[in-house]
Design a protein around this ligand. Structure first.
Ligand code: COA
Length: 387
C-alpha cells in the first residue's frame, strides 16, 4: 500500500509571544486539513511529535491535548518523542500505520514552544537529549557536543571555520525567500566569523536558534487518495536508525552512523541512489551538522562536505540544493516540529508551491531528521504522486 501526503500546513517560525502552544498546533493542523480538502472527521488517528513540552512549558500528555484542541475526540492520538527527531518519528509512525493497513487517513503534527524560558534553561532542557549522566551532568550542552564533532572533522579532513560559515550564509539566503522563516537577514562569511564563540569552534551564527512553531501533514493510503481524487506527494521510503546517546561511546566522530544506515535503507527501499535526489532538507542544527549530513547521505564523499559547501554546490542553483527552506539554521528549529516542517517543505517543493525558493525540476526529495547528537536518525524520501 503506497502512502501519500495529501495536505500540509505550517505556522510562521518565530518567537511567538502572542500565541500559545495549543494555538500553534491548531493553526498548523487547520491549514493542513484545509489544504487536503478533507474534513476533520475523516481523520482516523493522530501522531504528534513533541520533544520537551514538560520541561519547556510544564505540559505533558500532548497526544490527548492535540485531539482535544482539534475537536477530534475520541480518535487515537499519540505523542512521539525522539528529541529533535520527534517530528520525523511521528511522520514515520503515521506512515507505518497506513502501510500496515490499519488506517487510511492519518494526521501528523509537530510542535514546540521554546521561548518561554531563558536560553540557559532551554539549553538544559535540550541537553537531556544527550546522555544525562555522561554528558549533561558535566556541563556538555548541545553546542559543545557539536563542537567536538566539528573539531574531529577539522582534524581528519582539514574542514575550516569559513567552510562551516558558508553553510550559514547559504541557509540565511534561502530563508530570505521563505515567508515562514524565523530570520529574514542576509549574512556574510565575515558576519559569521566575527560572531561570538558559543563553544569553540562553533559561533553564534553557526547555531540554529530557539524557536516556537508547529507543522502538520495529512497522510492517506493510495486507495483512499484515488477514491477521493486527492493529489499529493508519495512517501517512497521512511527509515530510522539508532546509535549511542553518548559521543564517547561512538566508533567514529566524523560521521553520524545512524544517518548513514537510515539513508542506505531508505535508498534501498525506494530503489534509488543519492544521485537521484533533486533536493534535501537536512538537520543543520549547527553548520557542522549539515556538512556531516551531506556526506553521510551520500551526496558528497566523506571529508568533502566542507569544500562542497564553500564552492556553492549546495545552494539553490547548485548541484544539489540543500535546505531550500532555510534549514534549521535560518528557518528556525522548534525541536519537536522540525521533522514535520521538513516534510512540509518537501511537499511544497514537489507540488511546485515553493514560489521564489522553488527548486527547478524537483521530482524526488529527501528529508533527514536527527535526534540529539545522532542517537536517532530518520530519512524519508518523497516523489510527486501520479495517482
Ligand atoms: N542565529 C542567528 N541569530 C541569532 C541566533 C542564531 N542561532 N540566536 C540568537 N540570534 C540573534 C537574536 O535574534 C538576537 O538578535 P538581536 O540582538 O538583533 O535581536 C541576538 O542574536 C541575541 O539573541 P539571544 O536570544 O540573546 O541569544 P542567546 O545568546 O540567548 O542564544 C544561542 C544564542 C546560540 C546560544 C541559542 O540560540 C542556542 O542555544 N541555540 C542552539 C539551540 C539548540 O541547541 N538546539 C538543539 C540543537 S540539537
Amino acid at each position: 500500500m503506497r502512502v501519500v501526503i495529501v495536505g500540509a500546513g505550517i505556522t510562521k517560525f518565530a518567537e511567538h509571544w502572542n500565541k500559545s502552544f495549543r494555538e500553534l498546533i491548531v493553526e498548523a493542523a487547520v491549514k493542513a486539513i484545509e489544504s487536503s480538502g478533507l474534513k476533520g472527521e475523516q481523520i482516523e488517528a493522530i501522531y504528534g511529535g513533541c520533544m520537551a513540552s514538560g520541561r519547556l512549558i510544564g505540559q505533558e500528555h500532548i497526544g490527548a491535548l492535540i485531539a482535544d484542541q482539534l475537536g477530534l475526540n475520541p480518535i487515537p492520538s499519540t505523542r512521539c518523542e525522539a528529541a529533535c527527531a520527534s517530528g520525523g518519528v511521528a511522520l514515520r509512525t503515521a506512515y507505518l500505520a497506513i502501510k500496515s493497513g490499519l488506517h487510511s487517513i492519518v494526521a501528523v503534527g509537530g510542535v514546540e514552544k521554546m521561548t518561554e524560558l531563558s536560553t540557559q534553561a532551554v539549553s538544559f532542557a535540550l541537553g537531556g537529549a544527550g546522555d544525562q549522566e555522561i554528558e549533561l551532568f558535566h556541563g556538555a550542552t548541545f553546542p559543545s557536543l557539536y563542537a567536538l564533532l566539528a573539531r574531529a572533522h577539522m582534524h581528519a579532513y582539514g574542514t575550516t571555520e569559513e567552510q562551516m560559515a558558508s553553510v550559514a550564509v547559504k541557509n540565511h539566503a534561502n530563508a530570505l525567500l521563505n515567508p515562514n522563516a524565523q530570520f529574514h537577514k542576509e549574512i556574510t562569511i565575515e558576519d559569521v566569523m566575527n560572531s561570538a564563540y558559543v563553544a569553540e569552534p562553533i559561533k553564534l551564527l553557526d547555531c540554529s536558534p530557539i524557536t516556537d512553531g508547529a507543522a502538520a501533514l495529512i497522510l492517506a493510503s493510495e486507495d483512499k487518495a484515488k477514491e477521493l481524487g486527492l493529489k499529493g506527494v508519495e512517501i517512497l521510503a521512511s527509515e530510522q536508525a539508532s546509535d549511542t546517546l553518548a559521543l564517547s561511546s561512538r566508533e567514529s566522530l566524523t560521521e553520524l552512523k545512524a544517518t548513514r544506515i537510515a539513508a542506505q535503507k531508505a535508498y534501498e527501499r525506494a530503489g534509488i541512489r543519492p544521485s537521484d535526489i533533486d533536493f534535501a532538507e537536512v538537520h543543520d542544527c549547527f553548520t557542522i551538522a549539515e556538512i556531516l549530513a551531506i556526506e553521510d547521505l551520500g551526496f558528497f564523499k566523506k571529508g568533502e562536505g566542507g569544500l562542497a559547501s564553500e564552492k556553492g554546490k549546495t545552494s539553490l542553483k547548485g548541484k544539489i540544493p540543500i535546505n531550500p527552506s532555510g534549514g534549521l539554521k535560518a528557518k528556525g528549529h522548534p525541536v519537536g516540529a522540525t521533522g514535520v516542517a521538513q516534510a512540509v517543505e518537501a511537499y511544497m517543493q514537489l507540488m511546485g508551491l515553493a514560489d521564489k525558493r522553488q527548486v527547478k525540476n524537483a521530482r524526488i526529495g529527501l528529508t533527514h531528521n536527527v535526534g540529539g547528537s545522532g542517537a536517532t536518525a530518520v530519512v524519508t524520501i518523497y516523489k510527486r504522486f501520479k495517482g
